[in-house]
Ligand binder design. Structure first.
Ligand SMILES: C[S@@+](CC[C@H](N)C(=O)[O-])C[C@H]1O[C@@H](n2cnc3c(N)ncnc32)[C@H](O)[C@@H]1O
Length: 240
């Protein structure tokens, strides 16, 4: 089995750092709408567990159901949990993807950050419907629509670079249109000693970039109200 996130996982938190403040700000909009009494908080594509950890820290009453199909990302997530034995009774990490996992009847909220684009339009409609069915009436889900807002070519760009000791970690991304709302992304992950490349790993994936209008219409069709958080790429989905 090939793991599409194998190249990403190692330095994920380091290279995600430039976006973490905005993610946390968006999570703070979700916080008052979490309903841990209604069911676990679902973290779809939990990755390295940054958002799972945020929920466990934020709400002592919350349980988290984290879905993470990538073995490499799941290893980072489980290491994060291993460092906090006090969390283990409140978090379950399932290795299935969204459609393979058995979801609880009711959830107390949901987080889908960096993951919605992995679903094609039919799958996205099904994901939204499943969320709508399971959220309590006053519950909410936090999602993001990853830039660019329209599926246009992205020239090779250094998205993040950071140093750990003597070495630099760098991620370079580029994308080409792949028809409709699809972009084909090529991400290159480097570790460097000065200008000498020590490791270079490439991940390619197709990502869907639905427009805000598309999202609004798709959410409304399953009785979810989609509200953009300012002019950010983050949205709250609430039961209408
Ligand atoms: C860009 S990462 C985002 C990780 C995390 N949510 C965050 O915000 O830091 C996307 C994650 O979604 C996961 N993923 C991809 N397809 C998925 C699916 N069908 N169901 C659940 N997770 C999926 C990947 O394995 C990956 O870890």
């Amino acid at each position: 089995m090939t793991d599409p996130y194998a190249a990403t996982a190692g330095a994920y938190d380091l290279l995600n750092a430039p976006w973490r403040a905005a993610q946390t700000e968006a999570l703070e909009h979700l916080a008052p709408r979490l309903r841990p009494d209604a069911g676990p908080i679902l973290d779809v594509g939990a990755g390295s567990g940054l958002n799972t950890a945020w929920v466990l820290e934020e709400s002592a009453a919350a349980r988290v159901l984290a879905l993470e199909p990538s073995p490499a990302m799941r290893a980072v997530l489980l290491s994060r949990i291993a460092a906090r034995p006090d969390w283990t009774a409140r978090v379950t990490v399932r290795p299935e993807d969204f459609f393979s996992a058995t979801l609880p009847h009711r959830i107390g909220g949901a987080i889908l950050l960096g993951v919605l684009g992995h679903f094609d339009p039919g799958e996205r409609a099904a994901v939204l419907a499943e969320l709508g069915d399971r959220l309590p009436h006053d519950g909410a889900a936090l999602i993001d629509l990853q830039p660019p807002e329209r599926p246009e070519a992205v020239a090779a760009t250094t998205f993040a670079r950071t140093r750990v000791g003597d070495l630099e970690y760098r991620v370079i991304g580029e994308a080409t249109p792949d028809g409709g709302e699809r972009l084909r992304w090529r991400m290159t992950y480097l570790s460097l000693d000065g200008e000498r490349v020590l490791t270079e790993e490439v991940a390619e994936h197709v990502y869907h970039h639905p427009s805000p209008e598309t999202l609004l219409a798709e959410a409304a069709s399953v009785w979810l109200h989609a509200e953009r958080l300012g002019d950010s790429s983050y949205w709250l989905l609430r039961r209408a």
